[in-house]
Design a protein. Structure first.
Length: 143
């Protein structure tokens, strides 16, 4: 059975843009970018002839992986969060307004509004969604 949680991975259109944003704006540390084009890549991914570039980032107690396919699309993800299979990363922040402004300045795009949420089943909090420069949805959460 499951023995641990290893990493979260996203396919991106531009690997360097992902590294710049996640390291520069979000404080992750990177390992070197590696190219993988061995037969096992096709077998593991199920993508015929897969040739990929991969980078692993570490920070805030988490391991992120970003993959760019050599023959992949440069189109950004545009699905709204209500589409099956669409995911997001939730980051806890201490100042949601300052973080939102800093991430927009670093190339993020607003998706939702930073909103105060009051619920009977949990203490009030503020949250909102943005997209990183590759279209990955990030939820900002201020508890």
């Amino acid at each position: 059975m499951i023995t641990g949680f290893n990493h979260t991975s996203f396919t991106v259109a531009n690997l360097e843009r992902a590294v710049d944003f996640w390291c520069g704006a979000l404080g992750f540390e990177r390992a070197p970018i590696v190219e993988r084009n061995a037969a096992w890549v096709e077998k593991v991914t199920g993508v015929p002839g897969a040739r990929i570039r991969v980078v692993h980032l570490h920070g805030h107690g988490h391991h992120m992986e970003f993959i760019a396919y050599a023959d992949g699309s440069e189109a950004l993800a545009t699905a709204l969060p209500d589409r099956p299979g669409t995911g997001h990363v939730c980051l806890e922040v201490d100042d949601i307004d300052a973080t939102f402004a800093a991430l927009l300045a670093a190339g993020a795009m607003p998706l939702g509004e930073m909103t105060k949420v009051e619920s009977a089943d949990r203490p009030a909090f503020r949250a909102g969604y943005i997209r990183d420069p590759n279209g990955i949805i990030i939820e900002l959460l201020e508890i």
